[in-house]
Design a protein around this ligand. Sequence first.
Ligand SMILES: C[S@@+](CC[C@H](N)C(=O)[O-])C[C@H]1O[C@@H](n2cnc3c(N)ncnc32)[C@H](O)[C@@H]1O
Length: 378
Amino acid sequence: MRDHHSRGSNLLDPEPTSTTPSSVRLDRLRLLDALKSARLNPSTATLRRSINDIRSGVSAPSGAFGARGLREAAIFTPELLDEELDQICGAQTLDRARYYVDRLIKSITEVRTSSINDINLNRWKEYDDIQTDSLWLVASRERGGARSARYWGNFVPQIPHQMMRRYTKAGDWVLDVFAGSGTSLIEGQRLGRNTIGIELQPRVARMARKAVASEPNAFGVTSQVICGDSATIDLNKALRAHGQSSAQLVIMHPPYFDIIKFSDDERDLSNAPSVEAFLDTIGRVVDNVTPVLDRGRYLAVVIGDKYANGEWVPLGFRTMEAIQQRGFLLKSVVVKNFDQTTAKRQQKELWKYRALAGGFYVFKHEYIFVFKKTGRNY
Ligand SMILES: C[S@@+](CC[C@H](N)C(=O)[O-])C[C@H]1O[C@@H](n2cnc3c(N)ncnc32)[C@H](O)[C@@H]1O
């Protein structure tokens, strides 16, 4: 693996996205001094008084910790800082109060990240925008830049965005082996992740390249779309072309069997002759990506179910099992609501009737299966 963790100075800092409009910038060194001296108080009562002085200093517009003469900034949302100060004041013992002060000092002075992402665990409360629940109700498609809802069967950018924030570091390499219109690549470019997308259809690959090229590339990362079959393409060679021998995240958003026919190409998963053949090809794609994914890293698969001949076909769970059988550890099953298309909205009443008459429930969700590559993978 070559140096994929190296950070250019232009890559993302491991800061929470606390620079929301409501966040406050405080003079970091003064705040640290005040916390350190508060810690030295001999009793909880006097320590509380010092903490309340800090609180007044923070909330006054031109207070002791304000932006005037700022040396180094500590960025907080006011609610969070208040919560931390409340916790210190609410401590029953001096030891406990000092423990909370130490924790607050640490959150200002130390960055603690894991080996798979840039999330600063010392500031974990501030990652409001990172999903940790298994039910995702995504309100609407985030638009902007080159992203559009035009490619039939694309996924919402929030999916690759969340996966890359949770499972990659800035500068990591991500493979999306069903690239379609290039949503993952655009998101990667925005987040400072290198991406290689594989797409079977030359026309769609061209469209994705165009979309990616029209996006700003502030981090100077690589975003390449290769036209090919994900079950057989030489991924080692694709990575080696960039001096890499492995990837740190794989995203798979295959056709949901034959629900949308993407092309006439027989290698296209939407043309698989049966569910078994579909699962077999999914397995071959997983076998192809496994050797180039670093051990301990993640594979995210986005897929929905289908309905045929009056029967629910659990494509999602069958795909999940096929991947588990290859030694991947299942880490999460996320259920995500469908982004309703205009056509579907117009047909809503009709579908309600069909569901009532046919004894079934109308699809409203799809899955994101999150797997980890372990030593068990063959
Ligand atoms: C569900 S779409 C992916 C959409 C993508 N996530 C986006 O946001 O645009 C599936 C894509 O996989 C492509 N595809 C189907 N079989 C393939 C194969 N064997 N290798 C590579 N791509 C394939 C289809 O052409 C289609 O563009």
